[in-house]
Design a protein around this ligand. Structure first.
Ligand SMILES: Cc1ncc(C[n+]2csc(CCOP(=O)(O)OP(=O)(O)O)c2C)c(N)n1
Ligand code: SF4
Ligand SMILES: [Mg+2]
Length: 286
């Protein structure tokens, strides 16, 4: 049965701060799930640890609240074991671009069939606002009281050079636009990735709603062609007074699962499990 907005609500009381950008992501994903016509039972959510991780509590869909930085290994396991499921991962900038950084490149280059949404608030929110690898130069926090001295990571550029098949950026102040990006990401076969500018009203006083509103513009309104990886890379470095949001790059390519001939038509989760006696093999190896 197609999912409705009502189906997706839960009775859990939100613990996000009033005005938090996570509310925008929640609103957008709910509408995107309805728009994409996905049955609730066809989807599985995976989240990391942080304020973003509470998405699992507020969406009435089977979910796995994993450990810090490990959204991608868990999501990879689920999608390979049961390719009939649509796996959607919610990660934080700290979760994905710091603690789980190595998984990012590898899930992308393998073209794991899943969607990854990164709540990029440029701080470790849940642990009270320390600097992350996307915090802007000079950003002052408890961990960098004199201001961040290292240049931030450019996750869009990294995704592109890792051979990503779907790379986009959204902003929580543009929920309709974000919802549309999410629908396209969900429909994409392969690894679809959206970095979302998610405002943290409690700990990031630089990258506020107004800061973004004065800078973001939509790529699709400029006649931009998202099929050219080199152009996308060039765009990914645009920062400052004008910051692009929208789809940077998109292509179709076989997924990791598609490239394993032994997996063709196999659904491990639905395969019969039997206990096999392997003692003779073990004895041979002694
Ligand atoms: C392995 C491990 N390291 C560190 C922590 C502590 N920790 C919990 S939440 C968090 C910050 C999360 O930041 P981010 O991923 O950006 O999520 P946000 O809270 O900003 O949504 C950290 C460092 C942890 N729980 N587990
Ligand atoms: S600390 Fe920041 S990210 Fe976390 S709930 Fe509050 S506003 Fe949102
Ligand atoms: Mg964060």
């Amino acid at each position: 049965m197609p999912t409705t907005l009502k189906d997706l609500g839960t009775a859990k009381k939100s613990t996000w701060c009033p005005g938090c950008g996570n509310f925008g992501i929640l609103t957008a994903i709910k509408s995107a799930l309805v728009d994409s016509g996905l049955d609730r039972e066809q989807a599985v959510l995976v989240s990391g640890i942080g304020c973003h991780g509470k998405m699992i509590d507020y969406l009435n869909i089977n979910g796995f609240h994993s450990i810090h930085g490990r959204v991608l290994p868990v999501a990879t396991g689920i999608t390979l074991a049961n390719p009939d499921l649509k796996v959607i991962g919610f990660s934080g900038d700290g979760d994905c671009y710091d603690e789980g950084w190595d998984h990012f490149a590898h899930a992308i280059r393998r073209n794991i069939n899943m969607t990854l949404i990164v709540h990029n608030n440029m701080v470790f929110g849940l642990t009270t606002g320390q600097t992350t690898s996307t915090s802007q130069p000079g950003f002052k926090s408890k961990s960098t009281p004199y201001g961040s001295i290292t240049p931030p990571i450019n996750p869009i550029a990294h995704a592109l050079v890792s051979n990503a098949t779907f790379v986009a950026r959204g902003f929580v102040g543009e929920t309709r636009h974000l919802q549309n990006l999410m629908v396209q990401a969900i429909k994409h076969r392969g690894f679809s990735y959206i970095d979302v500018f998610q405002v943290c009203v409690s700990f990031n006083y630089i990258n506020t709603y107004d800061w973004y509103r004065q800078r973001v513009y939509k790529l699709e309104e400029t006649g931009y062609d998202y099929t050219d990886r080199n152009k996308a890379l060039e765009k990914s470095f645009e920062w400052g007074d004008h910051i692009p949001i929208g789809i940077f790059y998109k292509e179709e390519r076989p997924t990791y699962y598609d490239n394993i001939p032994q997996m063709k038509g196999v659904n491990l989760a639905k395969s019969p499990t039997e206990i096999r006696d392997i003692s003779s093999i073990l004895e041979e190896m002694e």
